[in-house]
Design a protein around this ligand. Sequence first.
Ligand code: NAP
Length: 260
Amino acid sequence: MFKALAGRTVIVTGGSKGIGRGIAQRFGAAGLNVLVVARSLADAERVAGEIGPHASGFSADVTQVEDCQAFAAAALERYGRIDVLCANAGIFPAAKLDVMTGADFDLVMNTNMKGTFLSVQAVLGAMKARRWGRIVLTSSITGPVTGFPGWSHYGASKAAQLGFMRTAAIELAPWGITMNAVMPGNIRTEGLDGLGADYIAKMEASIPFKRLGGVEDIANAALFFASEEAGYVTGQGMVIDGGQILPESLGALEEMGSAD
Ligand code: NAP
């Protein structure tokens, strides 16, 4: 159904764990060269090793402009082209408003929003030169659609990514570059596991599918946005959440019944 992307190159920030690792593996299986970016070189190289010889790791902190320029340069040097950027690196430390510091706020915004901007800016030269590019942001349902106590800064950063995207997509349209966003619900990752078993059990109960998503659910959506066939889709977010944002109350979940 889809034309092959084999031989093209994708950069996945935050590609060493969780959703980013799932994206890197999915794109690697589709035959793309994969640059796995994370601050930990060992973690990035481990995932690259899992993918195969057409993948490699690179250490970069997306909050630093020089680091973002460096990962783009590395992709060009190693693979000769940059076709797809998955700007996925992100953090979600919880802090309620009464204890949140300015430093807490800055760290989340700098990583999730400024890191997205710097990563995108770093690849534009290579994409514009080919007059083709696919940029896929990892946003969230938290912020753009829903809220959760402790994550006001995180929600702001994830909504900000969508605001950034809507204008950037217009600016990039003349070069055949699209920008879209995956908006995951609760996906089983190292980062999410850190929130604890109680959080996970309550979250599973609130999802119509009664389970958290897998990283492959997000990776498949990212691969669609990266495809040739999605070339007329830009500036859009896709919610992938097992129906999590749909129930308007606990009653809606109680009334849904079961298949038994
Ligand atoms: P994770 O398991 O904690 O993995 C985070 C990844 O980002 C790691 O590879 C980490 O590697 C990298 N990273 C963090 N800060 C970085 C920085 N400053 N520079 C470069 N890389 C950095 O997280 P996840 O759950 O997969 O989440 C990934 C993305 O999905 C985030 O944007 C998150 O907001 C979003 N998301 C997740 C969920 C979910 O349920 N899991 C739901 C909605 C949205 P290093 O630590 O080595 O840098």
